[in-house]
Design a protein around this ligand. Structure first.
Ligand SMILES: Cc1cc2nc3c(=O)[nH]c(=O)nc-3n(C[C@H](O)[C@H](O)[C@H](O)COP(=O)(O)O)c2cc1C
Length: 260
């Protein structure tokens, strides 16, 4: 056996290769991290703009320019009041949920969306036009069949009519529960009403089957996803939770008072 094929030499070459590869991978991970954070932030803005039906050309400059017309506010969910002593740009609701002092554990009887904890503060987005509230966009989350579904709901300035809905993260089955991301299904939400009267229990629900001209109270109902009743029920549950008293109902009542 030549010296080149010795076991010691093979191990040395393998070790050097391992070290070189791990240095390359960790350097790439560190260098790409700021880019990943920036892309995630752009994606968040793009989802919010899309749900509010504000168009961009997809470039970061156009997304930032369009987003500048949106005010980001933090709301104390229990009082419905806006909070100004925390910077909304550095607040992360998903992080807050894992911190005892920044979140609340839900009583299982109240936890209709199966999320266990909610943050005390939540980020919301306001769009004004000529000094009047034009749209409010709120984040929502709730369990479907396989996963927690995260999305945004845009409300018109009447604080009751749905202007848009989107789910940006979930792991429901493509073609079944995954149809919550289908633009055709999302379009069915536009114009639907959440409450009979703001401050009351949310009426909005995803039904089994289709909403037709003869469906009673059709303004509160959206077509179910066929073969995906469990995901559909999850969407109903999250809407009812987030527009209920533990979610955004106190904030919507406060905004309604200010608008009156
Ligand atoms: C592999 C597989 C994946 C499924 N994924 C979903 C899903 O993502 N969401 C859902 O509600 N149901 C899903 N289902 C179906 C549910 O088990 C259940 O049958 C369905 O929600 C009932 O809805 P239906 O009454 O509209 O048929 C899946 C079933 C199978 C076998």
């Amino acid at each position: 056996m030549s010296n080149k094929d010795s076991i010691g030499r093979t191990i040395t070459v393998a070790l050097i290769l391992c070290i070189v590869c791990s240095v390359v991978v960790s350097t790439a991970a560190v260098l790409l991290r700021p880019m990943q954070i920036e892309n995630k932030e752009l994606d968040r803005k793009l989802n919010i703009l899309a749900v509010a039906d504000i168009q961009t050309d997809g470039s970061s400059a156009s997304i930032d320019a369009a987003f500048s017309q949106i005010q980001t506010r933090l709301v104390d969910l229990s009082t419905g009041q806006f909070v100004d002593d925390v910077d909304p740009d550095i607040f992360d609701a998903r992080k807050a949920v894992s911190e005892e002092g920044k979140s609340v554990e839900l009583d299982p009887l109240d936890d209709t969306a199966s999320i266990r904890r909610i943050p005390k503060l939540q980020k919301v987005y306001l769009i004004e036009q000529n000094g009047n509230l034009d749209k409010v966009i709120v984040p929502v989350s709730g369990y479907g069949l396989w996963s927690t579904m995260f999305g945004y709901i845009a409300l018109e300035g009447d604080l009751n009519t749905i202007a848009g809905l989107t789910f940006y993260e979930h792991a429901e089955t493509p073609g079944l529960g995954g149809e919550i991301s289908n633009p055709k299904w999302k379009a069915k939400w536009v114009g639907k009403q959440i409450y009979d009267q703001v401050g009351s229990t949310p009426e909005i629900e995803v039904i089994k089957g289709e909403v037709t001209s003869t469906t009673p109270n059709a303004q509160f109902k959206v077509d179910g996803l066929s073969g995906a009743t469990l995901t559909s029920n999850g969407v109903t549950n999250l809407m009812q939770f987030w527009f209920g008293d533990l979610g955004f109902a106190p904030m919507l009542s406060e905004l309604k008072k200010q608008e009156a």
